[in-house]
Design a protein around this ligand. Structure first.
Ligand SMILES: *Cc1c(COP(=O)(O)O)cnc(C)c1O
Length: 417
């Protein structure tokens, strides 16, 4: 990836782009929400569709010259429909947050009530954080995971819904390692006549591949990001039943956005097409197997995993019992020096802060895309444990950095130009 055209006019940006490619190639990307898209998706996203205004929807645009934009958007919609089985799909949201925004804007009035998961327990900013528009426009209360087990407290959620009488219940999480029982949340929502938004941002790819139960057909609305476990490039998606289709479309455009990012819609079309291939299912299964292998290795090294393990693509370790003097931030920093990129994360029962939390979150989608298997993950887990055991030991960091380089070389990224 030479970026020769950028280099010709802008060496500073070209240097940064090349630096980023090298960084992704030479270090382990274990941020649970990140992944590596294919060259085909990259190509589609950097296409001339970035030049095109296509406000409206296929066949009903506000601008001329949209025949190819229409074709691309129809392909993205058809493939998403086939992948997820939803009655209606909107592929225009610029991101997962914009997808959620569309649902709130379509269905709620300011002052309406939102019941969502506590952010420190794995919820997302766009589910009612005070700094987000959701926290400022709506009345928000939050449910929790069971402090003993780390699993969602479905009964507590139902009781909370009974007391609070929300207009919408939001499920789907950023740092929850277990399978979500959508039906139980839908039941709780139904029993108080609330809507249910299932935000599958993190697990969109796992749901598409059938390795996590799907909320489509259960929840009233399903939203997602298209760049996390599904490798369709940066963006968002909303799915719903036909009865809400017009309201959702109007809430995306013109409600919350102007022209769609058609180059990203093209990326979605290509990425969704790839996700329909049988290799994608193998990738998704391997992603989960890799997360389990990583979790087991960390547990063998004495780490305490929230919920005791994982059913999906991520593990969340609470460092307080095993490493009381090391914060998630300290661990993140030392690991980055060793070439392992993940993030410090809050944990249930957090006693520190979001800026310097007590846990680390590690995901396997990116490494799985590179070809890592369970044996590799045992090596990676061992590296993580050694660094966190001695976060200030230069020798350990240098040693691990070399092992990371070997792993990267054995599992190359974006190799064929
Ligand atoms: C990542 C995430 C989102 C959306 O994030 P964007 O960066 O806006 O795509 C929404 N909900 C949850 C639960 C997430 O983890």
């Amino acid at each position: 990836m030479e970026h020769e055209h950028v280099r010709g006019v802008d060496p500073a940006v070209a240097d940064a782009l090349e630096g980023e490619i090298d960084r992704q190639r030479e270090t382990l990307q274990m941020i649970a929400s990140e992944n590596h898209v294919s060259r085909a998706v990259l190509d589609a996203q950097s296409s001339v569709l970035t030049n095109k205004y296509a406000e409206g929807y296929p066949g009903e645009r506000y601008y001329g010259g949209c025949e190819f934009a229409d074709e691309v958007e129809r392909l993205a919609i058809d493939r998403a429909t086939e992948l997820f089985g939803a009655e209606h799909v909107n592929v225009q949201p610029h991101s997962g947050t914009q997808a959620n925004q569309a649902v709130y804007f379509a269905m709620l009035e300011p002052g309406d009530k939102v019941l969502s998961l506590d952010l420190t327990h794995g919820g997302h900013l766009s589910h009612g954080h005070p700094a987000n528009f959701t926290g400022q426009l709506y009345e928000v209360e939050q449910y929790e995971v069971d402090p003993e087990t780390g699993y969602l407290d479905y009964e507590g959620l139902a009781d909370h819904a009974e007391e609070f009488d929300p207009d919408i219940v939001v499920s789907g999480y950023s740092a929850y390692p277990r399978e979500v029982e959508w039906e139980r949340i839908q039941e709780a929502a139904d029993s108080v006549d609330a809507l249910h938004l299932a935000d599958i941002a993190h697990i969109t790819g796992l749901v598409a591949a059938g390795v996590h139960p799907s909320p489509v057909g259960v929840a009233d609305f399903v939203t997602g990001s298209t760049h996390k476990t599904i490798r369709a490039g940066r963006g968002g998606i909303v799915m719903c039943d036909e009865e809400y289709a017009d309201d959702i479309d109007a809430a995306v455009f013109p409600g919350g956005q102007g022209g769609p990012l058609m180059h990203n819609v093209a990326g979605k079309a290509v990425g969704f097409g790839e996700a329909l291939e049988s290799e994608f299912e193998e990738y998704a299964e391997r992603t989960v197997a890799n997360a389990k292998a990583l979790g087991e290795t960390l547990a063998d090294h004495g780490f305490e995993l929230v919920s005791g393990g994982t059913d999906n693509h991520l593990v969340l370790a609470d460092l307080r019992p095993s490493h009381p003097d090391t914060t998630g931030g300290d661990a993140e920093e030392a690991l980055e020096e060793a070439g392992i990129v993940l993030n410090g994360n809050t944990v249930p029962g957090e006693t520190r802060s979001a800026f310097n939390p007590s846990g680390i979150r590690a995901g396997t989608p990116g490494l799985t895309t590179r070809g890592f298997d369970e044996e590799d993950m045992a090596v990676v887990g061992d590296c993580i444990a050694r660094v966190i055991d001695s976060p200030e030991d230069r020798d350990v960091i240098d040693e691990v950095r070399e092992e990371v380089a070997d792993l990267c070389e054995a599992n190359p990224l974006y190799e064929s130009d």
